[in-house]
Design a binder for this molecule. Structure first.
Ligand code: 13P
Length: 259
């Protein structure tokens, strides 16, 4: 079963509108829908303030727009929040939910992730649902249990059609922003675990759900990760903030792993 690859740049809380437009334009101008015959989809997730102008700039290109979070209600008196429908309105196709930074620093729970993911799907967009264990959990032998419980609660009530339109991102917390990428074996082990879980819950659709790896992805480690049978793409943080570095990751077929 071949799944098209997806590389997503998560800009986190970086880039003004002017800086974001410059980066998005460079990515747009250099991105082709296929790299050496393989379909590679590309998305960028700027901060909320830059979504609208960057969405306009990306119109007609193959680069998709993504948001980094949303609230689950469609509208209402929720000061400071943004709904999935509002994100669709400015051209988003994807919304990241459950990122470990939101879980750790803003108290996002698995129940909230579930409500957000459902709202995103209802708005016609695709959630990128993040899961991942901390170093302490891994060291205590709790990695598998942690991943499964995040999936069970985050995808609670999902039909196979909802799963089909969703993307899962495995982001080990210890690998985010640390330069300590998971080994290819560690990534494949967890990606296979996620796919097995999806298969047990939802059946054959598991084969078509894209599972991305995130955590210190760089131009020199992307090819090894992408060579794993259950790694379908990447969620890139720091290395997505410079066009040249991000584009090297997108074109991983052309730059074989050097380490
Ligand atoms: P880094 O690539 O900077 O480790 O960040 C990963 C991440 O959190 C992407 O969502």
């Amino acid at each position: 079963m071949s799944r098209s690859a997806l590389i997503v740049g998560n800009w986190k809380m970086y880039k003004t509108v002017a800086e974001g437009l410059e980066l998005a334009t460079a990515i747009k101008n250099a991105t082709a829908p296929t790299v050496r015959g393989r379909e590679i989809a590309v998305a960028i997730a700027p901060p909320f303030t830059a979504l609208y102008p960057i969405g306009k700039r990306l119109e007609g290109s193959t680069v998709a727009l993504a948001a980094q979070d949303c609230f689950w209600e469609a509208q209402g008196a929720f000061t400071g929040e943004v709904s999935a429908a509002m994100l669709a309105d400015v051209g988003c196709r994807f919304v990241i939910v459950g990122h470990s930074e939101r879980r750790q620093q803003f108290g996002e729970t698995d129940a909230a992730v579930n409500l957000k993911a459902k709202a995103i799907l209802k708005a016609g967009l695709s959630p990128i649902i993040c899961v991942g264990e901390t170093e302490k959990e891994r060291d205590a032998g709790e990695m598998r249990g942690r991943i499964i419980s995040q999936l069970a609660e985050g995808l609670f009530g999902f039909t196979s059609e909802m799963a089909q339109r969703s993307v899962i991102a495995y982001e080990p917390v210890w690998a985010i922003g640390t330069g300590r990428v998971a080994t290819t074996e560690q990534a494949q082990e967890v990606h296979a675990l996620i796919r097995q879980y999806l298969h047990a819950q939802l059946g054959e659709v598991a084969q078509s759900v894209r599972i991305l790896y995130g955590g210190s992805v760089k131009p020199n480690n992307i090819a090894g990760l992408m060579a794993q049978p259950d790694v379908d793409g990447a969620l890139v943080g720091g290395a997505s903030l410079r066009a040249e570095e991000f584009l090297q990751i997108v074109r991983f077929h052309e730059a074989p792993a050097t380490s």
